[in-house]
Design a protein around this ligand. Sequence first.
Ligand code: XMP
Length: 512
Amino acid sequence: MSQIIAVLDFGSQYTQVIARRLRECHVYSKVYRFDTPASTLKEDGINGIILSGGPSSVFAETAPMPDKELFSLGVPVLGICYGLQLIGFLLGGSVDKSTEREYGRGTLNITGESELFKGIPGEIKVWNSHGDKMTGLPEGFETVARTENSNFAAIENREKRIWGLQFHPEVFHTEQGTDIIRNFINGICGCKGDWTMRGYIDSALERIRKTVGDSKVILGLSGGVDSSVAAALIHEAIGDQLTCVFVDNGLLRKNEVEAVKKLFGDNFQMNLVVSHTADLFLDRLKGVTDPERKRKIIGNTFVDVFEIEVEKIGKVDFLAQGTIYPDIIESVPIGGNPASLIKSHHNVGGLPDRMKLKILEPLDQLFKDEVRLLGEELGLPKDVVWRQPFPGPGLAVRVITDITPERLEILREADAVLMEEMKKADLYYKVWQSFAVFLPLQTVGVMGDERTYDFVIALRIVESIDAMTADWAQLPHELLQKISNRIINEVQGVNRVVLDISSKPPSTIEWE
Ligand code: XMP
């Protein structure tokens, strides 16, 4: 078992960033709920604890509180921001309630000797974002750094091995923040920093083999990154015991079915079942314009089709899913009932319950970029590992009206031109998503001597970090011109191309 640092999540937007930073330093990290009993942390054999920041005030009635016993576990504790205030609040210091948040850059002056600041210059720029403010130290603590606004920007109790930082070392804007984190996990907690992706693969392969035994496993391949990497990993572990089902629902991009067959069937030699059920999907979607109904019909039809395929395979015990770590980290409520906000994590909604299959989720401890690294290690091509997100309901939510084979064909061709040009311009992997949208609008145009009355294609090209917010990408005009010319010239039925220049929020990335 590798060494492990527990990150207790008090609801900060940076909790996952902390966990990622630790893994970048080759130390395995795990996010725990804020109120995880100290006994659980002990059983897990943790080597150190980080208390994350959070949006609450320690004085709020619903403020998330940890099990106080964690300070007596005998492992080092580092509180960040809200974590520092908790240390003050719970261990007898004083904390002042503040009505305003201190937000932005500050200058940290390191005034004491501390293992936490080993190798760090006496003055660095740090990133602050906090409400309450510590005003008096708990017994046994001393100040080791100050900012212009705080005498308690960094505190420590050397004997009890507890540290607190008012600022955020995990954020890029804090100079040498990663070195501070490294001082904590390597120097103070004694982690060796030997966690690697190759090591993860080896233990994952062993875990999969042990869990599955001689049983058969089925996996719904969507063509997306997560299910593709899960397929490659499980296949490496158990070979022919895995069968992948790829549902051709008629809502896929151009050449998608062939590409999946070639990669997983021919290259990887996996048991691959391609279910050609486009007619069924399109039949059930006939006349449907409401986006949520489209999604529901597609989801339900997928389950029906998948079930039939599984029955054909015979006795199957496991359903494998490409669930990744951010899917299963429970969100911490801001002043609410913890249970009410736990994220559901279903990739293939409804399947497990109906089919009584056990679930296998070998990526459930990995962040998205780690999944991509894993995919590369397993030999998946760049085109799969770094592909843009594609919605489960596929092109159905990009035809902004009811779906017909003709409309899908127009969209598919326009989308293929856009993708080709984005790749040629070396921009496909640089933006978050770039896709075409079919608008149910006919407008007038001229082609040669003829008047046309054809459809409009919208281009949606956005930059984003996590899809929560997005900005339209500012592409070179020559490229836009080329894309527009090619779509109008090459795609029959289109005589106008428009560019979507809306940000999210208030718009969304997809049009439906
Ligand atoms: P929106 O349109 O909400 O999209 O800004 C955010 C991200 O989610 C993707 N998306 C979906 N993915 N099923 C999916 O698997 C869906 O129904 C769905 N709707 C949107 C979208 O492509 C973007 O990356």
